[in-house]
Design a protein around this ligand. Structure first.
Ligand code: NAD
Length: 494
C-alpha cells in the first residue's frame, strides 16, 4: 500500500495495519499478522504485521542514515517538532482517549493521567534539545583546554509494555528525538497502535524527517529480540518484566549498548499505627486499583500495623467492592478489563493459592470475561503467592506488622525495589522508615503511583538500571566526549 492510500487520521478506525519504516507505511502481505483486540468486548479492532528480523534490520538502516542528518539540525528545529507532537496530542485528545480505552482497556481515570501526563512529558522533552550541555574543565597540563561535550548516542532502541502504552513509549521516544538521536520502537503486541503506530503518525504529522522514528510492530522473541541485539542499537530503553529485561540487558551488553531497564516491582504501602486512616485508605484504594493494578508502581502489598489492621481491612474492602467494573468507554467505570487471558489467569491463580495458603478473601476474587473484581485479602503473610509475586492486578493483600522494624523488614523482603509509600502522622518517623526502604522511589503520606517529568523515575535491586526523566534521561540518551586543545607548545619527557 502506498503512503497516499494510508489514512492519515488519528482514530481507532484509521488504517493501522502497517509497519512504519523510513517514513513509509508498509503493509507486507507475507508477514504473520497480530490481532489487535478490544479486551472489554473481545471484538477484533484490526490486525498489524509481525515484523521479521529483516524488517528490524531495515528499520535500523533507515534510523542510522537519518540520524546523521538529524543530529546536525538546530535545537530549535528539534524542539519545534517535539512541541508540535505535544500539540497534536492535545488536538486529538478525544480520539487518543478512545484508542486507549478500546485497545488497552484504559478507563477514564487512566486516560486522564496517561494523556495529561503524556502532554506534559512531551512538552518537557522538547526542552531537552537545549538542555544537553557540557563544560570546560581545568587541566593539569600548562596551556591545555579541556572541553566536555554531550552528543547524541545514535540509534536508541525502545521496547515498551502494554499497561500504560502511550506514556511508556513516548517517555523514551520524545527525549531520544529531542536530543538528536533516531529511534526504532517495538511496542508490546497487545498495544501496537497506542504504544507504537500512533507515535509514528503523531511525529509524521509533526514534521519529523523520514527515518528518525521507525515503528516495528511484532512479537518479543522475534522483533524485540532483534531490536535489543542489533549491533547499531546504542542504547536500549526497555520497559517490561524483570525476566525479559534481564535477557534484553544481556543482549545489549553483548554489543556494548547501554541498557536502560525499567522493570517490575512489588511495592509496599506501609501504614504505621498513628497514620490518618482515612488518608491511608484513600491512598490504598487508588494505589492498588488504578488501571486495574496493572502498573509497575502500583501497591502490591499493604503492610498495616496490627492495632489498626482490622479497621483498615474493613474500610479497604468496602471501598473496593464499590468500584464500578465495566467497559472503559463508560466514563464512570474505574475497573476495566485485564489486558489478556494469560494475565487474568495468572492473577486469579495467585488469589486462589493465597487463600489455599490460609488467607481470607474479604471481597472480589472472580469476574466475567477478562474482568477481575477488586480483591482484598487479609491474614496474608509475605510468603503467600499474592504477596511475594508481582500480581499486576486489582489485588490488595494486607499483611500485619508489630513495629517499625518489622515493617521495614517486610517491605524489603522482595527481590524488587521500585516504589513504596509510608503513612504516619509523624512525618519525621515516616521519613525515617522511608529512608530504610530499599526502593528507587518512596512517598510519604501518599501512595506509590507517582510520576513527574522532572524527577528521577526508576528502581533498585531487580527493578532495573538507570533513571528516566529530566537530566537523568538526558545523560542516558547522550554520550560524553572529552576534547582537549593544547594552546601552547607542550614539553614531553622524551
Ligand atoms: P514483558 O516483559 O512481557 O514485555 C515487555 C516488552 O518486551 C514487550 O514489547 C514484549 O513484546 C517485549 N519482549 C518480550 N520478549 C522479548 C525478548 N525476548 N526480547 C526483546 N523484547 C521482548 O512485559 P509486559 O507484560 O508487557 O509488561 C508488564 C511488566 O512490565 C511488569 O513486570 C511491569 O512491572 C513492567 N513494567 C515496568 C515499568 C517501569 O517503569 N519500571 C513500567 C511498566 C511496566
Amino acid at each position: 500500500m502506498s503512503e497516499s492510500e494510508v489514512s492519515q487520521e488519528i482514530s481507532i478506525d484509521a488504517f493501522w495495519n502497517a509497519l512504519y519504516i523510513d517514513g513509509e507505511w508498509e503493509t507486507p502481505d507475507d508477514r504473520d499478522r497480530i490481532d489487535v483486540t478490544n479486551p472489554a468486548t473481545g471484538e477484533s479492532v484490526t490486525e498489524v504485521p509481525a515484523a521479521s528480523v529483516d524488517d528490524v534490520d531495515r528499520a535500523f538502516e533507515a534510523a542510522t542514515r537519518a540520524q546523521a542528518e538529524w543530529e546536525e539540525t538546530t535545537p530549535d528545529e528539534r524542539a519545534a517538532v517535539v512541541r508540535r507532537a505535544a500539540t497534536l496530542i492535545e488536538e486529538y485528545e478525544d480520539e487518543i482517549r478512545e484508542i486507549l480505552a478500546v485497545e488497552s482497556g484504559g478507563t477514564k481515570p487512566r486516560q486522564d493521567i496517561e494523556v495529561g501526563g503524556t502532554i506534559t512529558f512531551v512538552h518537557d522533552a522538547a526542552s531537552f534539545a537545549f538542555r544537553s550541555s557540557g563544560g570546560h574543565n581545568q587541566s593539569k597540563i600548562p596551556g591545555k583546554e579541556n572541553i566536555i561535550q554531550r552528543e547524541p548516542v545514535g540509534v536508541v532502541g525502545v521496547i515498551s509494555p502494554w499497561n500504560v502504552p502511550l506514556k511508556l513509549s513516548i517517555r523514551a521516544v520524545a527525549p531520544a528525538i529531542a536530543l538528536g538521536n533516531s529511534v526504532v520502537l517495538k511496542p508490546a503486541q497487545e498495544t501496537s497502535i497506542s504504544g507504537g503506530l500512533l507515535l509514528a503518525r503523531l511525529f509524521e504529522m509533526a514534521g519529523l524527517p523520514e527515518g528518525v522514528l521507525n515503528v516495528v510492530t511484532g512479537t518479543g522473541p522475534e522483533a524485540g529480540d532483534r531490536v535489543a541485539s542489533h549491533p547499531d542499537c546504542e542504547v536500549i530503553a526497555f520497559t517490561g518484566s524483570t525476566p525479559v529485561g534481564q535477557m534484553v540487558g544481556q543482549n545489549a551488553v553483548d554489543h556494548f549498548a547501554f541498557p536502560a531497564l525499567e522493570l517490575g516491582g512489588n511495592n509496599p504501602h506501609v501504614v504505621l499505627e498513628d497514620a490518618d486512616l482515612d488518608a491511608a485508605v484513600d491512598a490504598g484504594v487508588f494505589g492498588s486499583f488504578w488501571n486495574q493494578g496493572q502498573v509497575c508502581i502500583s501497591i502490591n502489598r499493604h503492610l498495616v500495623h496490627e492495632s489498626i489492621y482490622e479497621e483498615y481491612a474493613e474500610r479497604l474492602a468496602e471501598r473496593a467492592a464499590e468500584l464500578k467494573i465495566g467497559d472503559p468507554l463508560d466514563d464512570d467505570v474505574v475497573i476495566g478489563p485485564i489486558i489478556n487471558a494469560d494475565q487474568r489467569e495468572e492473577m486469579l491463580d495467585y488469589i486462589d493459592r493465597t487463600v489455599e495458603q490460609g488467607a481470607t478473601l474479604e471481597t472480589g476474587g472472580a469476574g466475567e470475561g477478562l474482568f477481575v473484581e477488586p480483591t482484598v485479602l487479609t491474614n496474608v503473610t509475605n510468603e503467600m503467592a499474592a504477596a511475594c509475586n508481582e500480581h499486576f492486578g486489582p489485588v490488595a493483600p494486607i499483611i500485619p506488622f508489630s513495629d517499625d522494624d518489622e515493617a521495614v523488614e517486610l517491605a524489603n523482603d522482595t527481590e524488587y525495589g521500585l516504589a513504596a509509600s509510608v503513612h504516619s502522622a509523624d512525618r519525621g518517623r515516616a521519613r525515617d522508615v522511608a529512608d530504610r526502604i530499599e526502593a528507587g522511589m518512596v512517598h510519604v503520606n501518599d501512595q506509590t503511583v507517582n510520576v513527574e517529568p522532572h524527577v528521577p523515575f526508576g528502581g533498585v535491586k531487580d527493578s532495573g538500571m538507570g533513571r528516566y526523566n529530566g537530566k537523568w534521561i538526558i545523560d542516558e540518551f547522550t554520550q560524553t566526549k572529552w576534547t582537549s586543545v593544547q594552546r601552547e607548545p607542550r614539553e614531553y619527557p622524551f
